[in-house]
Design a binder for this molecule. Structure first.
Ligand code: SF4
Ligand code: SF4
Length: 212
């Protein structure tokens, strides 16, 4: 049996990008839309760089989300899902937990991009600093907050969690045409539930709840 390592990283959005989204109520700001687009372009370059580096060191390595095998699938039971989830890999690697929005709350918050590669190189695993899949979200660990519910223009977040179908419908059918026309960005991005919320740039504490 062969062995290896999944290497994951987190790239937080800057304070300027976060704050540009604070006053938005329907569509993302220009900075958020472009940060999402170019941030992912940068993330892809980083994936390729890490793959090349580890391959040159003699370890077969792949970036799953750049693989031709990667695709989005639809299942009646789980809705839209991908064949490799960067967020699930990061959760398993100890970088953060899920939340009411389905976003990953990391040490650097939920407003970020995640990336990963799978390599034959064997590295010491990082510690897992949390208990449970929702450990960093105030809704689940303290039965409070819910600020993200009010931030969602699509009504896709409730106390029952994140409705992926409603979110997908809103971001693909409303956000994409709007940000394409306004900023020339063609990537689904909304991010309102990731900004102006207590978990945007760190693991939230009860004292930081921002009741709008
Ligand atoms: S805003 Fe509050 S309830 Fe929503 S994901 Fe963040 S910590 Fe959880
Ligand atoms: S990304 Fe936008 S539409 Fe989707 S849950 Fe967050 S705020 Fe709602």
């Amino acid at each position: 049996m062969s062995s290896g390592t999944v290497i994951c990283w987190v790239l937080p959005f800057t304070k300027t990008i976060l704050e540009s989204n604070y006053s938005e109520k329907e569509f993302p700001s220009k900075e958020w839309a472009q940060g999402r687009f170019y941030g992912e372009e940068f993330n892809n370059i980083l994936r390729e760089f890490v793959v090349d580096l580890l391959t040159q060191m003699g370890n077969r390595t792949v970036a799953p989300s750049l693989s031709s095998h990667w695709k989005i699938i639809y299942d009646d039971n789980i809705g839209h899902a991908s064949t490799w989830s960067e967020r699930h890999a990061a959760y398993a690697a100890g970088l953060g937990t899920f939340s009411l929005t389905d976003g990953l709350i990391t040490e650097h918050g939920m407003a970020m991009r995640v990336g990963s590669v799978i390599t034959e190189l064997v590295l010491e695993p990082s510690p897992i600093p949390y208990k449970g899949i929702y450990g960093n979200c105030l809704h689940y660990n303290s039965n409070t907050c819910g600020v993200c519910i009010r931030r969602c223009p699509a009504g896709a977040i409730s106390l029952n969690g994140h409705n992926k179908d409603l979110c997908f419908e809103y971001t693909c059918k409303k956000v994409v045409p709007a940000v394409n026309e306004a900023y020339g960005v063609t990537m689904p991005s909304c991010g309102l539930c990731q900004t102006r919320v207590p978990c945007e740039k760190s693991i939230p504490r009860l004292s930081k709840i921002n009741h709008e």
